[in-house]
Design a protein around this ligand. Structure first.
Ligand code: GLC
Length: 549
């Protein structure tokens, strides 16, 4: 168990993301709940994780599945009560598992008390908590678009003004220029800290310093000023022991170093998305697919690893609730599902940073194909309508949804082979993936050769060998079109990670100095010569005394 009172403990931690709506239902409502999470803590402890990032469970009209909060201090009744949350925190603590709450500070719900007040009149004290511009029903302040499609402005006839929203109209942007708003947010965060949470994930945090008159959304001029104030007024009161991870689609390595500066002046780390956007056409939307440029992917990871080493902190992820399932995306979710899921995990978990496992990733859960009526996600549904209206053939539109819809990651957790995968006794809010009889937690926890146990072993290795958290990074075989090979080195330990990123056998001779190394983990039985089998991955370790010999 990690000592969470030691500053920087999270550098050795592994996190697990729960999308509560789809994790475990205990009431038969068809929607997951907090008591469901409590009932699965033993499973998570077995996996070996240290913290849970919990997607939002606050009161919400659920237009964007909780990323539209109407009361930051209340639990949505669909998920349970504040008492349940306190119990989750306490039960987690007993098992060495901390809770990170998901703070949506860029926008609130349009049903939040502040917004209801704000739209009553321009003189209302809450009016300035949001971003308003004059106009007329025919003339928008400008032509900015929302991330979920449609204009970024919505007209309020009662007060003859538009409000700004980077996401759905039901998610009005908060005005960070207003110090009273910022103070309210800090007080709310301090209150959650008192409830015993271990940290926070900060939703689209790079978009808080927007300046719509200048078309600025991400990385506004005042962004880091706001973050430093936020951190000083809240997080720093726990002196490096609170974990904070900001979602920053617009982060490059320079920005990431500011966000995650070792002096703790902003956040612990950020989620950056450079690697995960490489298979999308440059300058186009995520629906415009292209094959993964593998050599660029390696260089991208290598650059993040080396540039942040000693100067910042990476978070490591391939999956989350906004992304399709990685085994379907970069692996092979057919014949080599198990091997490719394990290869991808090996590739990621050998690096420096804090790894995040998204629910079901540890089982090798896959994408799903739904009829258009089966999709629930606001972004997916809007994209479908817009792309059909733009004249794109239906088959192509559907192919892009199958590949990229966020609902791929949001199907219910596959617990066992019983009805609805053991997720609910009622009608699930979104379809269960029909492959649950084959892919489920009950079967995998019983099987030492499962993806689950592979993740468990990977997570344990990070705890056992300091080189995982501390080592530097050297990319090997940079130009190789199929192999991802790298070396990590620290404190007398050298780690070699070898991954075959293809479904073919690849000829590759292990360098002689590695022949006597200790095999830490691998996804095939060892001892069949040098060549790498389809999606094969392994980690080898040399320790200083062995190297000298
Ligand atoms: C983030 C969340 C996503 C949400 C959006 C708006 O990107 O991860 O799920 O839709 O912010 O809050």
């Amino acid at each position: 168990m990690l000592d969470k009172t030691k500053p920087g403990w999270w550098k050795r931690a592994v996190a697990y993301q729960i999308y509560p709506k789809s994790f475990q239902d205990t009431t038969g409502s068809g929607t997951g709940d907090l008591r469901g999470i409590i009932s699965r803590l033993d499973y998570l402890q077995k996996l070996g994780i240290d913290v849970i990032w919990l997607s939002p469970v606050f009161a919400s009209p659920q237009v964007d599945n909780g990323y539209d909060i109407s009361d930051y201090r209340a639990i949505d009744p669909a998920y349970g009560t504040l008492e349940d949350m306190r119990e989750l925190i306490a039960e987690g603590k007993k098992r060495g598992i901390g809770i990170l709450l998901d703070l949506v500070l860029n926008h609130s719900s349009d049903r939040h008390r502040w917004f209801l007040e704000a739209k009553r009149s321009k003189e209302n004290p809450y009016h300035d908590y949001y971003v308003w511009r004059d106009g007329s029903p025919e003339r928008l302040p400008n032509d900015m678009r929302s991330c979920f499609g449609g204009p970024a402005w919505t007209w309020v006839p009662e007060i003859h003004q538009y409000y700004f929203h980077q996401f759905a109209p039901e998610q009005p942007d908060l005005n960070w220029e207003n110090p009273a708003l910022r103070r309210e947010l800090y007080n709310m965060i301090l209150w959650w800290m008192e409830q015993g949470v271990e940290g926070f994930r900060l939703d689209v945090i790079d978009q808080i310093a927007k300046e719509p008159d200048r078309y600025i959304t991400a990385n506004g001029p005042r962004l880091h000023e706001y973050l430093r104030e936020l951190s000083r007024e809240t997080f720093q009161k726990r002196k490096g022991c609170l974990v904070t991870v900001g979602e920053a689609w617009g982060a490059d390595t320079e920005r990431a170093k500011a966000y995650s500066a070792p002096d703790g002046s902003e956040l612990s780390m950020v989620f950056q998305f450079e690697h995960i956007c490489l298979d999308q056409q440059p300058g186009k939307s995520k629906w415009d697919l292209m094959p993964l440029p593998f050599v660029r992917l390696k260089r991208c990871f290598a650059r993040w690893q080396t540039e942040l080493h000693g100067k910042g902190w990476n978070s490591l992820f391939l999956d989350n609730h906004d992304l399709p399932r990685i085994v379907s995306r970069w692996g092979d979710d057919g014949a080599f599902r198990v091997q490719s899921a394990e290869m991808l995990a090996t590739m990621l978990h050998g690096m420096q940073g804090t790894p995040y496992v998204y629910q079901g990733e540890e089982l090798g859960m896959t994408n799903i194909r739904l009829p258009i009526s089966g999709y629930r996600d606001v972004e997916t549904r809007n994209a479908y309508a817009e792309r059909i209206a733009a004249g794109i053939p239906e088959a192509d539109v559907m192919a892009s949804l199958y590949a990229r819809s966020r609902d791929n990651a949001r199907t219910p957790m596959q617990w066992d082979a019983s009805a609805n995968a053991g997720f609910t006794t009622g009608e699930p809010w979104i379809a269960v993936n029909p492959n649950y009889k084959e892919i489920n937690a009950a079967a995998q926890t019983e099987d030492e050769n499962s993806v689950f146990h592979y993740y468990r072993r990977l997570i344990a290795l990070r705890k056992e060998y300091p080189v995982f958290a501390e080592g530097d990074f050297t990319l090997l075989e940079e130009e190789h079109p199929k192999l991802f090979v790298y070396r990590r080195e620290a404190a007398g330990q050298t780690l070699l990670v070898v991954c075959n990123f293809s479904g073919e056998n690849v000829k590759w001779a292990l360098p002689s100095e590695w022949r006597s190394a200790k095999a830490l983990i691998g996804n095939y039985p060892s001892g069949e010569g040098d060549d790498l089998r389809p999606w094969e991955a392994k980690m080898l370790l040399l320790e200083a005394h062995e190297k000298r010999a």
